[in-house]
Design a protein around this ligand. Structure first.
Ligand SMILES: [Zn+2]
Length: 310
C-alpha cells in the first residue's frame, strides 16, 4: 500500500542534513546473482524518504539498489551518518555503545543454533566478517574456544572489538590480503545485506575456509520486511544495497560452494540464519522459476493493497 513517513520522523531525518541525492553513485545493470541485465524497478524511495530506486531481477528475484552509492560514498556513510540516521529513524540513540546489548542477545541466540555443529571439535579459528563491536565474536570465542579474528570497515566499532582482546582488522574482506591464512569457521552476522558484491564475497569466503570449514550467515528476509510493514518502500533503506529472500540466498550459497546444514527463523521473525558446510560450487544454481513468479505477484499485491490491509 502507499505509506507516508510520519512528520516527526521526517523532521528528525531532515535535521541530519544528509544529501543522499548528490552522493556519487554507480549504475548496477547486471544482476549480482544470475547476471541477467533486464530488470524491473520496484521502488522509488526508501524508508527514510530518500530518492532511491530498487531493481528486481525477473529471472532470479534478487533485489538491489540501482543506482547505488560508490564504495567511497558508503565509506563516508558508515564513518558518520549511518548510526545517527538509524537513530533518527527509530527516535532513540543507537551507537557503538548502545548496540552492544542487542548484540549480546543476538550472540546468545545464534550460539545455540550453531552449538551442535561446533562443539567438541577442539581449538579452531574463526573469522567474523563485518563483526562490528566484537560482541558476537567474543561470545563465540568464549563459548566454543575459537581463536577469533574480526574484520569491519567502521573504525569506532573495531576499537570496541579490540578492547575485548580480539584480533581486529579495519577494512573490507574483499580488499584485505589474508595471505595463506585459512579459517575453520566464518561468521557473517547481519552484514550480507550491506555488502557491495554478495557473490564475490561468498566466493572469497569459500577460499578462506579450510576444507571442512563452516559458514554461519544470516539475511534480513526481504519478504518478511515488506510483509510486516505491508510496504515495499518501507522495506528498502540506503544502508542495504541488497534485499535477499530464502530463495535468492540459497541460490547464492549453492553457487559459491556451500551446502546448507541448518536454517533458522530468528526470534525477531525478520532474520533467517544459515549454517553451511564448504562444498562444491553449483555454478548455475537458480531459484525455482515458480518462486520468482510468486515473489513478483506478492510484491504487486503488497504495493496495491488498500490502506488498512496491514
Ligand atoms: Zn538475477
Amino acid at each position: 500500500m502507499q505509506t507516508a513517513i510520519a512528520p516527526e520522523r521526517k523532521a528528525r531525518i531532515d535535521a541530519l542534513g544528509y544529501d543522499y541525492g548528490s552522493q556519487p553513485k554507480d549504475a548496477v545493470r547486471a544482476c549480482n546473482l544470475c547476471g541477467a541485465t533486464v530488470t524491473v524497478t520496484i521502488a522509488h524511495r526508501d524508508r527514510y524518504g530518500y530518492p532511491v530506486t530498487a531493481s528486481a531481477c525477473p529471472r532470479c528475484g534478487l533485489v538491489w539498489l540501482n543506482p547505488r552509492m560508490t564504495a567511497a560514498a558508503y565509506s563516508r556513510f558508515y564513518d558518520g551518518i549511518y548510526r545517527p540516521l538509524v537513530s533518527a529513524f527509530h527516535g532513540r540513540l543507537i551507537d557503538a555503545m548502545t548496540i552492544q546489548d542487542e548484540q549480546r542477545d543476538y550472540a546468545a541466540d545464534r550460539a545455540e543454533m550453531i552449538r551442535p555443529f561446533v562443539q567438541g571439535t577442539g581449538p579452531r579459528t574463526l573469522l567474523d566478517i563485518g563483526g562490528s563491536t566484537g560482541v558476537v565474536a567474543a561470545h563465540f570465542a568464549r563459548e566454543f574456544g575459537f581463536a577469533t579474528t574480526l574484520i569491519d570497515p567502521a573504525p569506532l566499532e573495531v576499537e570496541q572489538a579490540r578492547a575485548l582482546g580480539l584480533e581486529t582488522i579495519t577494512g573490507l574482506v574483499e580488499a584485505h590480503d589474508f595471505g595463506p591464512r585459512r579459517f575453520d569457521a566464518v561468521i557473517v552476522c547481519q552484514t550480507v545485506d550491506h555488502l557491495l558484491d554478495v557473490g564475490g564475497t561468498l566466493r572469497r569466503i569459500h577460499e578462506l575456509l579450510t576444507d571442512r570449514g563452516q559458514l554461519f550467515i544470516d539475511i534480513v528476509d526481504f519478504r518478511a520486511a515488506y510483509l510486516r510493514t505491508w510496504s515495499v518502500e518501507d522495506a528498502i533503506k540506503i544502508d542495504h544495497p541488497y534485499y535477499l529472500t530464502q530463495n535468492t540466498m540459497e541460490a547464492y550459497l549453492r553457487r559459491a560452494g556451500f551446502a546448507i546444514a541448518a536454517v533458522d527463523y530468528a526470534a525477531d521473525h525478520l532474520h533467517v540464519s544459515y549454517l553451511c558446510r564448504r562444498a562444491t560450487p553449483v555454478a548455475d544454481a537458480l531459484p525455482d522459476p515458480v518462486s520468482v513468479r510468486d515473489l513478483f505477484r506478492e510484491i504487486r499485491l503488497v504495493q496495491n493493497a488498500p490502506a488498512g490491509r496491514a
